[in-house]
Write a protein that binds this ligand. Sequence first.
Ligand code: GH3
Ligand code: MG
Ligand code: MG
Ligand code: MG
Length: 305
Amino acid sequence: MDDFLLKAKIPRVLIVDDERIIRSVLNRVLAQDGYQISEAEDGQQCLDFCEKELPDIILLDAQMPILDGFDCCQQLHQIYRQDCPPVLMVTALDDEKSIDMAFEVGAIDYVTKPIKWAVLRQRVRRLIQTGWAIKELRQLAFVDSLTQLPNRRRFDEYIHHEWQRLLTEHAPLSLILSDIDFFKAYNDSYGHLAGDGCLRQVATLIQSSLKDRSTLATRYGGEEFAIVLPNVSIVDAKSIATKIMASVHASQIEHKFSSIQPYITLSFGVACTVPIQQQSVEQLIETADRALYEAKQKGRNRIAC
Ligand code: GH3
Ligand code: MG
Ligand code: MG
Ligand code: MG
């Protein structure tokens, strides 16, 4: 096994093809390179598999019953976006239209049948390596190292992306801004390291209060968190803020130096809009920020809209 395989966990390959014989030959050849291999018989089975566990690469046949490779690839990208594993199309179709279509729906490379085994093996190896490198870079660029929540850069990217999407969908976009109350006093009294631990704890509580895949909780700044909620009404956004608040209350993180109660509390600003061309993301952020300010003014440990 070569060094890239030794460096990390064993790469997982998902082979998707309706022909059993092709699956088994692919499986045999790639197993020799040390991959952990799974198989699916059509596009739908591929989607079902990914719901449980995302592989490091998908080898995808084009012509299959139930859900073909093109539609499957498109759906994978719609569902998983930047987390979508690299898709390598492996197909007998070698006409210009099919090749163009494969790349348009998001395939990262294309191999034709009959398969040249050395080409396939080298492409698989290279695509897994590239996929890992991209994942690592995204982690560095978009994840806050203290809390492991997505960071401000990711917040900006995501909220702008969702704004554009919801412009055409005419659906609501909600935003919750949350700020820990009297956190300076916490740091001053318990120390900066304890403050870091508290931030991590609050981040975990926020994250575990959210279920929807499209909801994104981020570390917006020092002790501020921003939660982007596409397709969520103001009423539902408020109840999500209430849920987070209850979860923080229930965990009773000691803060004897808070003027509210001897535990950590949060203030929330909630805003919602149906995006229109004449408005901007910045206006939504400003509205949520003003609501947060109001929550602070009115005594903290509360939600304002
Ligand atoms: P308020 O209730 O009005 O929000 O008061 P506050 O004390 O929470 O607000 P203030 O803005 O005065 O203080 C925020 C504190 O958060 C100050 C800063 O040192 C602390 N902070 C910001 N980032 C970090 C961090 O990464 N780790 C730690 N430990 N503290 C941080
Ligand atoms: Mg086929
Ligand atoms: Mg603050
Ligand atoms: Mg604060």
